[in-house]
Design a protein around this ligand. Structure first.
Ligand code: PAF
Length: 281
């Protein structure tokens, strides 16, 4: 695997592939790689001539300084994992390369910044968009792969790509789960053993909500049920549970089987914030 920490070196290396019209698949990450990331890379290596992964813990997307400080960093383990699945290129820039003194660019994603993750993590999507736009410009990938666990991030990146005419196809990849259903996340590493056992309450609540909707219960009563469940029966402090259309993420008032709907949830478990979602149809 070729490893680059500078933009010029990476661009020069990728240019020869671009000149030969070889396809480049790209997976941006913040490291602490788990099976979910590795799945994105595997999907890319099957579909492209060359796969580039980046690892950069992006400070501008953390609204909570402690979250940034505690974010797991495991670079040597990550490199070994990437080599194990034949990733071709790794880009690991440092903060001074990605953000320079005097940078002023700022994105605004309108309503997407006011709902769910946007509401609970002010500024988060501005930071994600900024780093993803910079990385897209550096790597110029043909395809970029993102997990559906971060559904709102995926929606925002699709908007970013369309509105700025980035010539890259955004490929969503299904959430990878542990055998008990917990969605894999780098933050799971920060859970205590007891918290890890509790964390499955999120997916269990999503599954119960799904069953209730299919059984004909109203959106309102399902939302009420989930709120009560977390108030009385879980260590997780629920931040939100929303039932939204899967494309624009607007709240829906009535559920009709056959429509693309997503159930989105987030909560705080000890020091760790967890999110998950389930898409119906
Ligand atoms: O999903 C992530 O890991 C990050 O938000 C991303 C897309 C790598 C941007 O820093």
């Amino acid at each position: 695997m070729e490893v680059f920490s500078d933009i010029k070196g990476l661009r020069q290396y990728l240019k020869s592939f671009q000149d030969q019209r070889k396809s480049i698949g790209f997976i941006p990450t913040m490291g602490a790689l788990h099976r979910g990331h590795l799945e994105l890379i595997k999907v890319s290596t099957k579909a492209n001539d060359i796969t580039v992964c980046s690892i950069f813990v992006n400070p501008t997307q953390f609204n909570n300084p402690n979250d940034l400080k505690n974010y797991p960093r495991e670079i040597s383990k990550d490199i070994a994992k990437l080599e194990g699945i034949y990733c071709d290129v790794l880009f690991i820039p440092d903060g001074k390369i990605m953000y320079r003194k005097g940078d002023i660019l700022n994105f605004d994603f309108g309503y997407l910044e006011e709902i769910m993750e946007g509401k609970y993590r002010p500024g988060h999507f501005k930071g994600v968009a900024l780093i993803v736009a910079k990385l897209f410009n550096i790597v110029s990938p043909n395809k970029a792969y993102f997990g559906t666990k971060d559904l709102q991030q995926l929606t925002m990146i699709q908007k970013l790509t369309q509105e700025l005419f980035f010539d890259v196809e955004i490929i969503p990849v299904e959430t990878v789960r542990a055998s008990d259903g917990l969605a894999l996340s780098s933050r799971n590493l920060l859970l205590t053993k007891e918290e890890r056992n509790q964390a499955i309450d999120l997916i269990q609540a999503l599954n119960e909500a799904k069953n209730k909707l299919y059984a004909g219960e109203s959106v309102l009563s399902v939302k009420e049920y989930v709120k009560e469940y977390f108030k009385n029966e879980s260590l997780i402090q629920l931040e939100y549970f929303e039932i939204v259309d899967s494309e624009f993420l607007n709240n829906i008032a009535h559920f009709k089987p056959g429509k693309r709907v997503s159930l989105c949830i987030a909560g705080q478990l000890g020091k760790v914030r967890l999110i998950d979602n389930l898409s119906l149809n």
